[in-house]
Design a protein around this ligand. Sequence first.
Ligand code: NAD
Length: 253
Amino acid sequence: MSPPRTLLVTGGGIGIGRATALAFARAGWHVVVTDILEANGQAVVAQIVGTGGSASFATLDVRSTGQADAVVAAVLAERGAIDALVLNAGIAHKVPLAQLSDERWDDTVDIDLKGMFRVARAALPSMRARRSGAVVCLTSLMGVAWGWTEHVHYSAAKSGVIGLMRGLAAEVAPDGVRVNAVSPGYVRTAQLLSAEHSLGPEGVELAAARVPLGRVGEPEDIADVILFLASDAARYVTGQVIVADGGLAIMPQ
Ligand SMILES: NC(=O)c1ccc[n+]([C@@H]2O[C@H](COP(=O)([O-])OP(=O)(O)OC[C@H]3O[C@@H](n4cnc5c(N)ncnc54)[C@H](O)[C@@H]3O)[C@@H](O)[C@H]2O)c1
């Protein structure tokens, strides 16, 4: 029997990243959970191992090229391959344009866009050499279709993720490696539930009423799409954004 395939997910301690780790583990993958939230990441690993799966944790701050390179090298040394890479780590801080300093802009773009580039750059050479692998990036409806007031930096970064994904997809396709993106709409996570930076609990309930499918998404709704894109079922799909938003994008607001 071939050994389980290996997933590396960034920001895997909570939210969509956590649900992704659990979904891949259920599908029989070995999961490398990475995050700056060590306790949360370790808890995800414990949950996977406790239910008969295989997982490990590594601290990875996507702002650090050194950490990205070192974590990828360590996983490759231990596992021999990274079969899927989910670039999920992200922040969405609310900053009105008048207060959007160079530093605030750079913080968000460094995590949400360059952070994905750093980890992809570290992992892609081994995928290309093996002529196998799939990368999935998390963008947002705020990058695909909508502007988001007081989140200019976030919308710019998330639109940038689509350019990053397309550029990478074109460059590595001849080597048999696929790169795609998933765009969630509203998903019930700490990010969306933050009243300071996003909709907050009451706003989430109001938003649910505007979703054609009648509810906001759960992290598992997104994780299943990510798992599909990483699987052989999506073997002929590359350079695409799959919108998983309950129908929001087709609705006049
Ligand atoms: N929740 C939504 O409605 C929604 C909608 C569209 C897109 N997204 C995107 O999906 C992804 C996951 O979002 P979520 O809702 O699960 O958010 P979340 O806030 O619940 O989780 C974000 C994760 O990223 C990690 N992270 C933050 N900074 C990091 C850094 N410097 N290095 C490594 N990890 C870091 C956090 O520790 C956390 O584990 C993000 O890219 C987000 O922009 C979410």
